[in-house]
Design a protein around this ligand. Sequence first.
Ligand code: GLN
Length: 193
Amino acid sequence: MRVAVLAVQGAFIEHIKMIEQLGVECIELRQKADLEQSFDGLILPGGESTVQGKLLRELEMFEPLQKRIKQGLPVLATCAGLILLAENLSNDERSHFQTLPVTVKRNAYGRQLGSFYTIEDIDGIKHFPMEFIRAPYIEEVKTGVEILARVKDNIVAVRYQNQLAMSFHPELTEDTRLHETFLQLIKSSLEKS
Ligand code: GLN
């Protein structure tokens, strides 16, 4: 099993460390040629979604990755990564991969509450530490999207088919349980194929 981490901008190193700590090999996606290597799952890290979206297009990685996600490549997306996957953004004219049928609001907690820490349950995972940094949240989900967690009444984690997306940063904590869930998702998707 091998996991690819989008490494054009943002907090990708922390994801790589966590996946390697769990004993799984990682590759970095920095340019189009990196897509020629084989990988079974994709991580879209936090950062600045506008910059990531622009770089993905300029580097010609946008279409091949969108195609693979549509075909069922397992994805773990955090914060800006969630924004990249969202079908709609309620406060931005741009949209990116549009493979996750949800509406996301960017910088949704406003300036003052933009960054905060809390501990909440996620479906099947008790007391998960959640680090929010200028975070988005999910305003609306379409049929087939499973809501995994809410904070302050807002949806902050979802799963849709092989896409696991959250508005906080599990890679910035010591808790590896969401990354383990993602590796399980990859494993079962490999078993099915
Ligand atoms: N505010 C960022 C954006 O809109 C996301 C923040 C993050 O990834 N921590 O892209």
